[in-house]
Unconditional design. Sequence first.
Length: 343
Amino acid sequence: MKYTTLPNTTIKVSKICLGTMTFGNQNTEAEGHAQLDYALDKGVNFIDTAELYPVPATAETSGCTSEIVGTWLKKSGNRDKVVLATKIAGSGDYTAHIRTTGFSPNAIKEAVEKELKRLQTDYIDLFQLHWPERDTNRFGVRDYKLDTKWEDNFNEILHSLEGQIKAGNIGNIGISNENSWGTMRYLEEHKNNNLPRISTIQNAYSLLCRTFETDLAEVSLRENVGLLAYSPMAFGVLSGKYLKGNAGDDTRLKLFPRFARYSSDQATEATKRYLEIAEANNMSLAQMSLAFVHQQPFVTSTIIGATKLDQLKENIESIDVVLSDAILEEINAVHQVISNPAT
């Protein structure tokens, strides 16, 4: 395994982070525990969850993922061996079953306390805001429209998070599904008011979605806010299994076809071309896709998820794959022709 540090901290994290979003839906508790055991054995010390998980989100399953992580932590006694990240859900119809109070002081306090209980721990290493309160482009939405109803509350949010840090409940903070303006507002409040500094930003990033490079990459590198890249496999599309017709009925896109962000005609064509590059260079598309993400200078850690141990094994082994300049040129040639088909 390879390691780095969470920006602006001394915390060592693996360059691969285990995403747990399937625990409690596609994976049972026993399967989740097996994944956690295997990942830790292979050097993965970074675990990501959220109060919203598993996804698709429902009132019945909300928090189940963190509960499964929590029972593993209690059973294994491995709390001191892992860096634990979780998130408070953003506001909207999708999360009304959790709460409708956004990132208010009471909402943040409640979210932290409930996650501590589910995870069976007394501290969270990295607490993240799952997506902005304001209505802005996220999850592939285009054609920006100004949210005129939202009132700026970045200062209040950071004060609330500061209270949780001082209480010893959380160590560091991050954002997710955020854009450049929002990221810079958090940094501005930190600089001007001596409030907590964001360490990371968790956004989608893959061969099919490289929009992070347009402006957030510069913010990340100049301001030292590390990307935790999620969906690096594009919901499994970049395994090539859907192209080859060997995807089982229990795969994510067959179970939940509404998650079609990575399944457009353009995304499928781009995936075909990336598969050709991978096979011509004697590697799997999955490992090439993940290696591409690992090598980006703005990426702190790549969040991988799997429903089966053999998938997890292949994904973790991608850390040893190094893409040559020649392969990167081939990848970028496809990107020039079919840019960000899954924005």
